[in-house]
Design a protein around this ligand. Sequence first.
Ligand SMILES: NC(=O)c1ccc[n+]([C@@H]2O[C@H](COP(=O)([O-])OP(=O)(O)OC[C@H]3O[C@@H](n4cnc5c(N)ncnc54)[C@H](O)[C@@H]3O)[C@@H](O)[C@H]2O)c1
Length: 317
Amino acid sequence: MKVGVVGVGAVGAATALSLLERGGMCRELVLIDKDFARARGVAADMRYAGPLSPMVDLRAGDYADLAGAALVIITAGVNEKTGGATDRSDEQGRLRLVDTNARVYADVVPRIVAAAPDAVLMVVTDPPDPLADLTRRLAGHDRVFSTGTLIDSLRFRVHLADRIGVRPRDVHAMVVGEHGTSEVLLWSSASVSGIPVLSLLAPDGTGTEELREEIETNIRYANITIIEGTGASQYGIGAVSARLAEAVLRDEGAVLPVAAYHAGFDVTLSLASVLGAGGVRQMYDPAMTEDERKALHRSVDILRKAKQRALSAAGAG
Ligand SMILES: NC(=O)c1ccc[n+]([C@@H]2O[C@H](COP(=O)([O-])OP(=O)(O)OC[C@H]3O[C@@H](n4cnc5c(N)ncnc54)[C@H](O)[C@@H]3O)[C@@H](O)[C@H]2O)c1
């Protein structure tokens, strides 16, 4: 099956590498960037590892080369560092990038859809949820989802696993709502073998609030911590994007915290989403406490405003 990656910066390249190494159902991979020399350089570099990897036909191309693609992953646009969104005290966080990146989407989405009208579109560019709303509008179809809070959920699991002293894969925990500062960590359902994580972390109940706050801060601002070291958060999201591609191409029906349009909330947000061939086919509303529910509604309000901003900036309002 053919997959396209539009935007071959740090995230696009990491996504391509993860896709190549996973193999899976991706047999053809097309890299597109407004800087063609960059896409060509990345493709050439990775192609030379071909003899060691699963068989994937990788090349740099133009939009026309997306014809017949089952999935297009969009990572084009400015990142937090370039867009000035690296201040932990700024409540806007990644939403600061919405106007600039909405204009990038107004450029790329119509071209993708013209070349690959049947493709599922995966939005990675920040802020991914409002940009997914914009992408639906520009594409005129519903096969659109964003990577949402899967990356945040993985970060949550890793921090919990470190503290508890178990393998991250065995920690079940989810973040829902916005992929951004208003995201909601579902502590009430986070567990290991059905045992609530808080009873493992603080059996006598002391220090729970401090512990929660420390872990939440680490997760909410993980992107900034990474950027302070490397300039761009890329490898984690590359692995996430490749895993999500696999779920789409194999029509898995995987239940993952990724974001899609929810008619009840009239916005794109992450819940427990069922992901397969056509994108997200159903969204489950996970069990949560009253406080978690309130936080989710606050996140939805923020996302609704950001959606309007994205549509206006792209002239699609
Ligand atoms: N969803 C997530 O969890 C997540 C995680 C990390 C980064 N991101 C976001 O991913 C995006 C990409 O980040 P990055 O670090 O790769 O940035 P980058 O600057 O390294 O790369 C962006 C690429 O997009 C290309 N581009 C820009 N406008 C284009 C256009 N109109 N047409 C085609 N290509 C275009 C640029 O030439 C560049 O190669 C950013 O918005 C970043 O914030 C999202």
